[in-house]
Design a protein around this ligand. Structure first.
Ligand SMILES: Nc1ncnc2c1ncn2[C@@H]1O[C@H](COP(=O)(O)OP(=O)(O)OP(=O)(O)O)[C@@H](O)[C@H]1O
Ligand SMILES: [Mg+2]
Length: 381
């Protein structure tokens, strides 16, 4: 089953923590965020796009009933489950009238909460599916136009992961079906960048020991900002479980299913990144304007040449507005390659986006750095 994205709302930190513990017993649950009151919940729902809201009925400022009413108006496709300490019929009626889909009474058992969450998610999904089939068909690119795109760079810290995440989220905003795979299997940080705390990663997927199917892959993906993420292992020592043959099988499924599959890689070439490079339709080679990077990227270009993959590579300049001294056209001359995209520098926005786990293209779509990412989408076509 596809993971159920839940927003947890309670004014009491301890209660939220204990409900979180209960919920996390269920593998299918993905807690996308928490809120301490109704207003915060409504605001976060717009960004985090949960399918369900699990909310306490007794909260100061705006109580759960009032918040549910607002959810029904502002986010009608999100199912609300209210939690109360009493089972008075009066409260139950008010909850249902406000639009709650389920009413649970404390103390909650793991089974009870799990059943409620699954049932309400099922209902919401049916509703969303019906809504979609009523919409006029959006033009979808034919499946053979789907692309696997590797983000590559031969120097650490040039911005591969930041670009990978924001580009994926940007593509999803343009209604593409998007997946993102973290192949930096030792130190991958895509999960942190989109605020996922994964229990199931590519390492656990390898332990299944059999050829992955679409359903199997789906159960390992976490959705954030419209992008399906397959996370890197939680511990570096699990990295060696990830084998190229299985990774290639995952790529095959992704290429069938997603308009774009973005693959993030470490700054060195290993068997896995080689597999990604060879399987890719496009390789985004990320560089910055400094001498060590340029020296390294020359080596990277030589490797791509020897693998006969250079024609799939596109040179992308990150932090283009950064250091003065070396000019983009100098780089083009030295590398004998044209720069196909430029992303300006914006330390303040990038750091604040990383700290909050919200991609900057969502935090501030109008910022020049976000525009830079959006214009990179053209390079993918
Ligand atoms: N355009 C930018 N403007 C400002 N800061 C940036 C920009 N791009 C990247 N950074 C900064 O550089 C840091 C490194 O970025 P990122 O983690 O994406 O690099 P990487 O190439 O994936 O590194 P690694 O090789 O270690 O995986 C980020 O933490 C961020 O602070
Ligand atoms: Mg990285």
């Amino acid at each position: 089953m596809k993971k159920i994205k839940i927003l947890l709302v309670d004014d009491n930190d301890n209660t939220r923590a204990s409900i979180r513990q209960l919920l996390e017993l269920d593998d299918v649950v993905d807690i996308v965020g928490e809120a301490a009151d109704g207003n915060e919940a409504l605001e976060k729902a717009g960004i985090l796009e949960p399918e369900l809201v699990l909310m306490d009925i007794n909260m100061p400022k705006m109580d759960g009933i009032e918040a549910t009413r607002k959810f029904s108006q502002q986010h009608p496709h999100i199912g609300v489950i209210l939690i109360s300490i009493n089972d008075e019929i009066q409260n139950f009626r008010r909850a249902m009238l406000a639009g709650a889909k389920e009413y649970l009474v404390k103390p909650l058992s793991p089974e009870e909460i799990s059943t409620a969450v699954r049932q309400v998610a099922e209902l919401s999904r049916q509703k969303v599916a019906q809504g979609k089939s009523a919409e006029p068909d959006r033009p979808q690119p034919p499946p053979n136009d789907n692309k696997l795109i590797t983000i590559f760079g031969t120097k650490g810290g040039v911005g591969k992961s930041v670009i990978c995440t924001n580009l994926a989220v940007s593509a999803a905003q343009q209604h593409a079906k998007v997946a993102m795979i973290d192949l930096d299997v030792q130190f991958g940080d895509l999960s942190i960048m989109v605020n996922v705390n994964p229990r199931k990663t590519i390492a656990e997927m390898m332990q299944e020991g059999e050829k992955p199917s679409r359903e199997m892959l789906e159960s390992y993906l976490y959705e954030r900002y419209g992008v399906q993420l397959l996370s890197a292992p939680n511990k570096p020592e699990l990295a060696e479980m990830v084998v190229p043959r299985r990774v290639q099988e995952i790529f095959d499924i992704c290429r069938q299913e997603y308009t774009y599959t973005f693959v993030d890689t470490p700054s060195f070439i290993d068997e896995l990144s080689l597999t990604a490079l060879e399987q890719s339709d496009l390789i985004l080679l990320i560089i910055t304007l400094d001498l060590p990077t340029i020296k390294n990227v020359k080596k990277g270009i030589d490797i791509l040449k020897s693998l006969q993959l250079l024609n799939r590579a596109r040179l992308i300049l990150n932090r283009s507005s950064g250091i003065a001294g070396i000019e983009p056209h100098d780089i083009e001359r030295v590398l004998d390659m044209k720069i196909k995209g430029e992303i300006p520098s914006d330390g303040k926005l990038v750091v604040s986006s990383l700290n909050q786990g919200i991609p900057f293209v969502r935090m501030n779509p109008k910022a020049p750095i976000s525009k830079g990412i959006q214009s990179l989408l053209r390079v993918l076509e």
